[in-house]
Write a protein of this length. Structure first.
Lengths: 115, 107
């Protein structure tokens, strides 16, 4: 079945750009939406945004235009860039398949924003 | 944004108990609601879509109901594997939003 794996730096300095990749294997990549969701330690889930395999995106306005997502269909990967990060962006970042609901999810990757 | 509010925040229950979690939306979301289960250190697991449709492979002791602004997730007979945190999520209007979670603890 389809599996998702997030990867990227675990530590990012304040004001810099967080960059993550989600690699998809074991199933169809095309014709799906792929989403990013994050979860600060001990807190709830926040939807960041989503992209389909044509590159069409929907983002959460709460992130004030800091989000850029892209898709590489040749590699079955999606990427997330979050600019001008602060400590408030410290969280576990998940990628997941789906437009309206999310299934399955990657295991998540912890990103800490600290100097 | 549509605010999703779950109650209670924490629920203490015993194996075999019937458990009900409530999720309220700040405005009508029709039946565009999903439920997830999350265990510590793990990604959420998708349970229910369209308020009451059970995802394939999810045990039938889980059920969802509701429409408009009030929804419930019910576990008919709590099993040891069910102790976890549960989240609702609306997909009626962007941005998609989640409830704050309900932790089901062992009594």
């Amino acid at each position: 079945q389809v599996q998702l794996q997030e990867s990227g730096p675990g530590l990012v300095k304040p004001s810099e750009t967080l960059s993550l990749i989600c690699s998809v294997s074991g199933g169809s990549f095309s014709s799906h939406y792929w989403s990013w969701i994050r979860q600060p330690a001990g807190k709830g889930l926040e939807w960041i945004g989503q992209i389909d395999t044509s590159g069409s995106t929907n983002n959460n306005p709460s992130l004030k235009g800091r989000v850029t997502m892209s898709v590489d269909t040749s590699k079955s990967q999606i990427s997330l860039k979050l600019s001008s990060v602060t400590a408030a962006d410290t969280a576990v970042y998940f990628c997941a398949r789906g437009k309206n609901w999310f299934d399955p999810w990657g295991q998540g990757t912890l990103v800490t924003v600290s100097s | 944004d549509i605010q999703m509010t779950q109650s209670p925040s924490t629920l203490s229950a015993s194996v075999g108990d019937r458990v009900t979690i409530t999720c309220r939306a700040s405005q009508s979301i029709s039946s565009w609601l999903a439920w997830y289960q999350q265990k510590p250190g793990k990604a959420p697991k998708f349970l229910i879509y369209k308020a009451s449709s059970l995802e394939s492979g999810v045990p039938s002791r889980f059920s969802g109901s509701g429409s408009g602004t009030e929804f419930t997730l019910t576990i008919s007979s709590l099993q040891p594997d069910d102790f976890a945190t549960y989240y609702c999520q609306q997909y009626n209007d962007y941005p998609w939003t989640f409830g704050q979670g309900t932790k089901v603890e062992i009594k």
